[in-house]
Structures are given as C-alpha cells and as structure tokens.
Ligand binder design. Sequence first.
Ligand code: ZN
Length: 84
Amino acid sequence: MKYICPVCGFKGLTEPAYDDRGNHSYEICLCCGFQFGFDDYEMTSEDGSYLEPSESIIAYRKKWLAAGAVIFSPECYPQHQQQR
Ligand SMILES: [Zn+2]
C-alpha cells in the first residue's frame, strides 16, 4: 500500500502523511523532500509568522515548483528508474 504525498502528488509514501487523528508520519517524501511533522511547522509567511500545516503544504509546493521541481531522492524514485 502506497500513499500519496499531499505536497507533490507522488504516490510513494509508505505511511499516510497524516493519520485520521492528525498525527504526522515524519516520513520524508522521496520526490519533493517534504518531511511531514517537520517542514509543515517550519514554513513562514512573508510577514514572518508561522503558517498552518495545511498552508505550509501549499507554500512548500509553490517553492518546490519554482525551484524546478527537483526530485529529492532520484535513486529511490521508481518512475525515474523505469525510464533508464
Ligand atoms: Zn512529495
């Protein structure tokens, strides 16, 4: 069973990013590098205040896409391996 990353949409998480009680997995997405339970508390808005986790996911995705959507861990990314 694989779970979809709510940040980038990569279907490769071994645990759900958030369970039904809102606990995070602390898993790092192999595609975008977002760590649930960490990066969602590290994002700040332009005025320096911390974003809600749901807003952080959107902010991180924008930042990741703006940086060229670099694959965080290409050697672990199955779709990348299939292209070889
Ligand atoms: Zn991701």
